[in-house]
Design a binder for this molecule. Structure first.
Ligand code: NAD
Ligand code: TYD
Length: 351
C-alpha cells in the first residue's frame, strides 16, 4: 500500500480528490489531515468512516510536532497539499490567518517532509503543492494566457500568501532537494464547494429567491475548471511530473462573471420549472472587490505535453451536473449554511 497524506481533504477540492483517488487507486491508503475550519466538513467522507484505506486526522498543518508524529508513524510516500485559507474576499476582510495557514503551514509541512526524506533516503517521495493562477496577477482582455514562466504579481492577501508559499516550495527543491511539484490551477467548480464562492452562491441564492450580487459590472473573466478534471491533473502531476517543475492547470473556458451568472439562471429555471428568464431579474450589481483582477487565463501547453493533461468536461454539461448536485444535496447545503457562513453573508453582503 502507498501511504498518501492529503492536507485540507475535507474542503471542496480535497473532498473531490479523496473520492477520486479512493475509486481509482485501490492500493492507496489516504490520510486526511484537516483542521476543520468553516470550510472543512468531515461528513463529506462519512461513507469512508470504517474504510481501512481512509484515516481522518483532525489537526493543523502549523503543528510541527503533530506533523513529525504523522510522518514517523505512517511513512508517507507522497503529500497532496490542499489545506489553505482560500477565499479572496475573506482575505481582504481579515488577512492574518492567510499568512499563518498558507505560508507558515506550508513551511511546516515542507520541514516535516524534508526530515522524513532525510530519514528514508531509499524511499521515493513526492510533494504536490496545490496552488492558484492568481499568483500571476491580472491579465488584460487581449493579453496572452499565463504560462509557467509568467512573473508572479499577486493582487490580494490570498494570492500574495499563495505566491509566498509557492516560492517556499520551490526553495525547498532548489536548496534542499525536496522532490516537489507545483500546480497552479484556475477557478474550480463542482460538488462540495462551500457556498460563498461564486457558482454555488448564485445557485443557492436563486433557489432562495435572493439577490445575485455581481461585483462591479460583472466583466471580470475567469477560466473555469471542473473539479474532476483538476483531480485528474493532480494525479498526473504526481505520477508523471518532474521534480522542481510547475504545471498550470486550466479548464480552457474563459467566461465573464455576468455570462456565468446568466447561464446559471437559465439552467436553474429549466431545472426547477420556473418561467424562463425569471431568475435573471435577481441579478444585482454591487460594489466591486478592491484590487479585483480583471482576467485569468491558463495556457495549457506544458501540462498537455509533459503530463498528458487536457480538460475533458464541457462547461455547460459540468455546470449543469454541478447544479443538479446542489439540488439533490440540499441537506448538505443547509448543514453548511450555519454559523460562520451566516456571519460571512451578513457582514459581507448585508451591512
Ligand atoms: P477550501 O477552502 O474549500 O478548503 C480548505 C480546507 O483546508 C478546509 O477543509 C479547511 O478546513 C482546511 N484547512 C484550512 N486551514 C487549515 C490548517 N491550518 N490546517 C489544516 N487544514 C486546514 O479550499 P479549496 O477550494 O478546496 O482549495 C484547496 C486548495 O486549492 C487551496 O490551496 C487553494 O488555494 C487551491 N486553489 C483553489 C481554487 C478554487 O477554485 N477553489 C483555485 C486554485 C487553487
Ligand atoms: P470567487 O468564487 O470568490 O473566486 P476568485 O475570487 O478566487 O476568482 O469569485 C469568482 C469571481 O466572481 C470573481 O471575479 C469575483 C466574482 N464574485 C462576484 O461577482 N460576486 C460574488 O458574490 C462573489 C463571491 C464573487
Amino acid at each position: 500500500m502507498k501511504h498518501v497524506l492529503v492536507t485540507g481533504g475535507s474542503g471542496f477540492i480535497g473532498t473531490n480528490f479523496i473520492h477520486y483517488v479512493h475509486k481509482n487507486k485501490p492500493d492507496w491508503h489516504i490520510f486526511n489531515l484537516d483542521a476543520l475550519t468553516y470550510a472543512g466538513n468531515p461528513a463529506n467522507h462519512s461513507h469512508l468512516e470504517d474504510d481501512p484505506r481512509y484515516t481522518f486526522i483532525h489537526g493543523n498543518i502549523c503543528d510541527a510536532d503533530l506533523l513529525t508524529r504523522l510522518f514517523d508513524s505512517h511513512g508517507f510516500d507522497g503529500v497532496f497539499h490542499f489545506a489553505a485559507e482560500s477565499h479572496v474576499d475573506r482575505s481582504i476582510a481579515g488577512p492574518e490567518v492567510f499568512l499563518h495557514t498558507n505560508v507558515t503551514g506550508t513551511f511546516r509541512l515542507l520541514e516535516a517532509s524534508l526530515a522524513h526524506v532525510r530519514k528514508n533516503t531509499e524511499k521515493p517521495f513526492r510533494f504536490v503543492h496545490v496552488s492558484t493562477d492568481e499568483v500571476y496577477g491580472s491579465l488584460g482582455v487581449d493579453d496572452p494566457a499565463f504560462t509557467e514562466t509568467t512573473p508572479f504579481d499577486p493582487s490580494s492577501p490570498y494570492s500574495a500568501s499563495k505566491a509566498a508559499s509557492d516560492h517556499f516550495v520551490k526553495a525547498w527543491y532548489k536548496t534542499f532537494g525536496l522532490p516537489v511539484v507545483v500546480t497552479n490551477c484556475s477557478n474550480n467548480y463542482g460538488p462540495f464547494q462551500f457556498p460563498e464562492k461564486l457558482i454555488p452562491l448564485m445557485v443557492l441564492n436563486i433557489l432562495d429567491k435572493k439577490p445575485l450580487p455581481v461585483y462591479g459590472k460583472g466583466q471580470n473573466i475567469r477560466d473555469w475548471l471542473y473539479v474532476a478534471d483538476h483531480c485528474d491533473a493532480l494525479l498526473r502531476a504526481f505520477e508523471k511530473g518532474e521534480s522542481g517543475q510547475t504545471y498550470n492547470i486550466g479548464g480552457g473556458v474563459e467566461k465573464s462573471n455576468l455570462e456565468v451568472v446568466k447561464t446559471i439562471c437559465e439552467l436553474v429555471d429549466a431545472r426547477t420549472g420556473r418561467p424562463d428568464g425569471s431568475s435573471r431579474e435577481l441579478i444585482t450589481f454591487v460594489a466591486d472587490r478592491p484590487g479585483h483582477d480583471i482576467r485569468y487565463a491558463i495556457n495549457p501547453d506544458k501540462s498537455f505535453e509533459k503530463i498528458g493533461y487536457r480538460a475533458g468536461h464541457s462547461f455547460e454539461q459540468a455546470l449543469s451536473a454541478t447544479i443538479d448536485w446542489y439540488l439533490e444535496n440540499m441537506d448538505w447545503v443547509r448543514s453548511v449554511q450555519t454559523g460562520a457562513y451566516r456571519e460571512w453573508i451578513k457582514s459581507h453582503y448585508e451591512t
